[in-house]
Design a protein around this ligand. Structure first.
Ligand code: TMP
Length: 244
């Protein structure tokens, strides 16, 4: 598969066409942004961690019946994925109150929720990814009824699987953001990435944050947190006798 011209550059990744229109190459960058691009920086080594971690987690989900866009890791920072039409929703699942949810609902960060929640943001940088509900998504033609149902089903299933995976790494999965795409035949599959950029990962014992909140909130030890989260994933796979 040959990598051709760049199709799109996002805040954390570049996407390239290939000589086969069914596939794209994603390249992970070390660039970090927060607050809709108002805060900018570099997290050295982040691209390599996110590429590998996202692929490991997507393989794990695949092996448990969740369809994803992952085809093949090509290099330290590049992965071959299926070309899909992205459903313009940021799908956020939460197990523990944190971030915008804790603020909006006026509760302390760290409160374990009675049950997992889901919410949607309209993926639109100009508007700052506003929170919307499923009715809005359908009224705006962003997704069909069936697609919303499938997104919800997959998101909660992914939450169950990831929660268990991260717990076996000594990490509490607080919340995370997913994006889904539709294939040519209309199947909804997981796309984008799963990484410390898009998840809140807290040490299960100490509560130490091993994710992008260290960058967002100027907590220090940003690079180390990404490396530590990746180390735990690697150790977990080695214990299980699984190859990376
Ligand atoms: P929030 O509490 O700021 O709404 O974030 C919820 C989760 O979504 C958190 O794990 C970080 C992730 N997230 C993204 O991946 N991209 C974004 O643009 C935002 C705002 C959050």
């Amino acid at each position: 598969m040959e990598r051709l011209d760049q199709l799109y550059e996002g805040k954390a990744k570049r996407v390239y066409r290939t000589d086969d229109e069914r596939f794209l190459v994603v390249e992970y960058k070390d660039d970090a942004t927060a607050f809709n691009g108002q805060k900018r920086g570099t997290i050295v080594g982040k691209g390599a961690v996110n590429n590998r971690m996202s692929n490991v987690l997507m393989r794990y989900l695949e092996s448990n019946g969740v369809p994803t866009h992952l085809v093949e890791e090509l290099s330290e920072r590049e992965t071959l994925v299926y070309a899909v039409q992205i459903i313009p929703l940021e799908v956020i699942v939460r197990n523990v109150a944190a971030g915008s949810f804790a603020k909006r609902c006026g509760i302390d960060e760290g409160r374990v929720l009675d049950r997992p929640t889901i919410e949607f943001s309209y993926k639109n940088d100009e508007l700052g990814d506003p929170l919307i509900n499923a009715y809005h998504a359908k009224a705006l033609g962003l997704a069909s009824d069936d697609e919303i149902e499938e997104v919800k089903r997959l998101a909660f299933r992914i939450n169950d699987l990831l929660r268990e995976f991260w717990l076996s790494c000594g990490i509490t999965l607080v919340d995370f953001k997913l994006e889904f795409g539709r294939t040519d035949d209309g199947t909804v599959i997981l796309a984008d990435e799963i990484s410390p950029d898009t998840s809140r990962l807290w040490d299960a014992e100490t509560g130490e944050r091993l994710d992008k909140d260290r960058f967002r909130r100027d907590l220090g030890g940003v690079e180390e947190a990404y490396v530590e989260a990746m180390r735990r994933v690697r150790d977990r796979l080695e214990e299980g006798g699984e190859a990376l």
